[in-house]
Design a protein around this ligand. Structure first.
Ligand code: BGC
Length: 811
């Protein structure tokens, strides 16, 4: 099975292979040969090991739309299903995608915690709760590995925000580490036996994570028995001796790393023990054996598993993830009648978050597409209302662009696709026939067909020398610079407006953006990263909102889709606030004033403030719903399926949120709140969020009848007291009656949950096993887990705030 240790035969094959390698070969194997792979070693029958992001699809080794990948809903959405089995099925699909693309190891899942709602990469992690995170992560890992593909649980550990992520020193107590940040990793190691882990960019308590002997060698490997490989986050490895002795097996990407020749030299000079190198090589060979690329070793999964229908599964996960947080007078499902669909994101769907999690799906179903297909002809109208893009966005609407590579003489040496007007070529990931030595310029060229007339703004994202020509006029011929030191700044930075051109709707114009390639010699990896950015003519925003309100007034129901943008939620930076960008709040208010039957769909990967939430009939959170999001939305709005999600994190305003800080001071970010993050912090501060952890409505009602505990098993009886079949997520919280002297404990914690389905009137039993860990705290004095005896209330319900039945136990 995927989740068990390797057999003695495999270990023997690994030892035999290791015995045949000399120091040079061993150290070469521990260093990326390029951006995504390790070198093959034909002398031992080892093929090159290929890795790829993760987590919602499998991008493959190229940043290109030429080889599309399924795009599943964002990890927050997967966690909102509260269903580890569904996460496992997502994993099986991703393994299928990985096998199709020749990928052996997926760089996922991300199991850092939602410590502050400002975390820019929040959408890519699961929850504020370590137990929910660990169980969803374990399901995912089990699924991927059951397809014979490795996982890399990341980012170990405390990479919970993006600000100064390469250098920040997170100061975290051992207790908070154990009870919160390490806990999901530990649960996954225990329940899914992952074949890999990725160590983070950040420092924890003074030691950078790629050199953290204590957390990697002592805790992860020593205490938990992890036997997979440990790969650095991309460019995170800093020193040869520190990294190898700190338990880092593989330094990525290559070819220039702290391993390879540098590591061989350190061994020859007596600075590093060869036995330490052997340990790392053993871990890589074991991984290779598991995924089936080491001759003489049986792969864990010999036969590819049954084919999964990716489109169907993407749609199922999306609708199971949508969280209906408000539904006054049963506004949903929609009654018959006309619908005014409003919002830029209803037409230009935002299906995934930005950064390394980006994949390029072969199709995207927008809310407009989904509802057009589901509603009778003539029932649907559409208005933009307000554009969330307050700055330039990727050039993805109306652009037909390709990249042309030329040498210094102007000869074409290769071409490639340029999805969304973006070029992101890392290391040797260059178009066919192109080498860094010969490459002199890259030109993004093609046409743009505007969908609206008026002044269109164009801009450039990237650093270096650029030329921008639109419809024959050159608007920019200069150099763009930055003072930031993130090596990926060209990718994550803001686009700069450079041209305004008056264009006519429907009339294509030529577009050309040329970049002169000048890359510093002394970098670990050559990255060519730039993009064309664009903004449509800005119509009078008041007029747009008035137009939307008119459309809403004329319809039976108004459905407004509000969204964040890739300048708000992305890897590489944190958020400044939790507001919806642009004038979307005003839009919702105007629509709600025009039509009391207003349903708001919130298309964001993580919490946003919803100041108008009491003024609308229904609020449905759709996360970044993946490529089939629009179809799933139609399923849920029309009532063909109920929305199945429950909040994996608390949603509230920034002013009320108890833990928000992501900005380091003098390079340090103290986690002063200790073990109180998420709901535990909201409860401690006595503050009421907009929507509590675990909250989410379906289309039926549930009556909780009884709870009893036998040993560690909690049995809950509940009845579907509504009028249609449904699924409920039964949540079990454990509340210590009194806190152990000296140890501050949260008022209650999630101790377990179970999904049950029932027909109308039917009564069902949910069973939940209470894990021993729920009764333990980390004792810093003895540096061990301490079981806290005493009286506990078992509280069972629909969210942390909606507790329906309780019982007391003494342990
Ligand atoms: C991200 C990782 C990702 C890696 C490779 C890094 O910047 O932090 O999550 O796997 O890049 O794309």
């Amino acid at each position: 099975m995927a989740g068990t240790p390797t057999s003695p035969d495999t270990e023997a094959a690994v030892e035999a292979a290791l015995g045949k390698l000399d120091l040079e070969a061993k150290t070469r194997l521990l260093a990326g040969q390029d951006t995504w792979s390790l070198p093959a070693l034909p002398e031992i029958g080892l093929e090159s090991l290929v890795m790829s992001d993760g987590p919602i699809g499998v991008r493959g080794v190229r940043w290109s739309a030429d080889d599309p990948s399924i795009a599943l809903p964002s990890p927050t959405a997967l966690a909102a299903t509260w269903d580890p089995e569904l996460a496992r099925r997502a994993g099986t699909l991703l393994a299928q995608e990985a096998r199709r693309k020749g990928v052996h190891v997926l760089l996922a899942p991300t199991v850092n915690l939602h410590r502050s709602p400002l975390g820019g990469r929040h959408f890519e992690a699961y929850s504020e709760d370590p137990y929910l995170t660990g169980l969803i992560g374990a399901g995912y890992v089990n699924g991927v590995q059951s397809g014979g593909v490795g996982t890399t649980v990341k980012h170990f550990v405390a990479n919970d925000a993006e600000t100064d992520r390469f250098t920040v020193n997170n100061l975290v107590s051992e207790r908070a580490l154990r009870e919160l940040y390490l806990a999901p990793f530990e649960l996954i190691v225990e329940n899914a036996h992952p074949w890999g882990i990725m160590t983070a960019y950040n420092t924890v308590n003074g030691t950078t994570m790629t050199e953290h002997h204590h957390l990697v060698n002592e805790v992860l490997r020593g205490e938990w028995g992890f036997d997979g490989y440990n790969v650095s986050d991309w460019m995170a490895a800093r020193s040869t001796k520190g990294a190898i002795e700190g338990g880092l097996d593989v330094a990525m990407p290559g070819p220039k790393t702290v391993y390879g020749e540098a590591l061989a030299r350190a061994v020859r000079d007596g600075e590093v023990d060869e036995a330490t190198v052997d340990g790392a090589v053993r871990n890589v060979l074991r991984l290779a054996a598991r995924v089936g690329i080491l001759a003489g070793a049986e792969p864990v999964v010999a036969e590819p598993p049954e084919t999964v229908d990716g489109i169907e599964l993407a749609r199922e996960i999306a609708r199971r993830s949508f969280v209906l947080v408000r539904n006054e007078n049963q506004a949903l499902p929609l009654k018959q009648g006309t619908v005014a669909l409003i919002g830029a994101a209803a037409r230009d769907a935002r299906v995934l978050g930005g950064g390394s999690a980006t994949v390029f799906p072969s199709r995207i179903v927008s809310p407009l597409d989904g509802l057009t297909a589901a509603l009778p002809e003539g029932a649907l109208s559409y208005a933009v209302g307000a554009d969330p893009n307050t700055e330039l966005a990727v050039a993805d609407k109306g652009f037909e662009l390709r990249a042309i590579c030329r040498d210094a003489d102007g000869q074409v040496i290769g071409t490639a696709s340029a999805p969304n007007g973006q070029i992101q070529w890392m290391g040797t990931d260059l178009p066919e026939g192109v080498t860094h030595d010969r490459l002199h310029t890259v030109e993004l060229t093609g046409t743009f067909t505007p969908r609206e007339s008026g002044p269109h703004t164009f801009g450039i994202k990237g650093l270096g020398a650029f030329g921008l020509t639109i419809a024959g006029t050159t608007y920019f011929d200069d150099v763009q610079r930055t003072d930031k030191d993130d090596p990926f700044e060209a990718f994550f930075g803001a686009p700069v407006p450079c041209a305004e051109a008056e264009l006519t709707a429907g009339e294509p114009v030529d577009v050309s953006l040329t970049y002169v390639v000048v890359l510093p010699e002394d970098v670990p990896m050559k990255v060519i990263s730039f993009a064309l950015a664009h903004q449509e003519p800005q119509r009078d925003p008041d007029e747009l909102i008035a137009e939307a309100a008119r459309a809403a007034r004329a319809a039976d129901t108004a459905v407004v889709v509000v969204a964040t943008t890739d300048r708000v939620e992305s890897e590489g930076f944190d958020r400044g606030d939790l507001r919806l960008p642009g004038r979307q709040d005003e839009l919702v208010r105007a629509v709600a004033a025009a039509n009391p039957n207003t349903v708001v769909v919130v298309n964001s990967g993580s919490p946003v403030e919803l100041p108008w939430r009491e003024d609308v009939a229904a609020v449905l959170l759709s996360w970044f719903p993946g490529q089939e999001g629009g179809a799933a939305l139609a399923d849920v709005l029309t009532g063909a399926h109920e929305p199945g999600g429950r909040l994996p994190s608390t949603w509230g305003s920034l002013t009320d949120a108890p833990v928000t800080r992501v900005l380091p001071e003098d390079g340090e970010l103290p986690y002063d709140e200790g073990v109180f993050i998420g709901y535990a912090a909201w409860e401690k501060e006595g503050r009421t969020p907009a929507y509590p952890f675990g909250h989410g409505l379906g289309y039926t009602d549930w009556t909780y009848e009884s709870v009893e505990v036998q040993g560690s098993t909690v049995r809950v009886r509940l009845r579907n007291s509504g009028t249609r079949a449904g699924r409920e997520v039964v949540q079990v919280y454990l509340a210590p009656a009194e806190a152990e002297a000296g140890a501050e404990r949260p008022a209650r914690r999630l101790a377990g949950f179970a999904g049950v389905a029932a027909a109308p009137g039917e009564s069902v039993e949910a069973t939940v096993e209470l894990p021993r860990r729920a009764f333990e705290i980390w004792d810093e004095k003895t540096a061990s887990w301490s079981f806290v005896k005493g009286s506990y209330e078992i509280q069972v319900g629909r969210s942390i705030d909606d507790r329906r039945v309780t019982t007391t136990i003494n342990v």
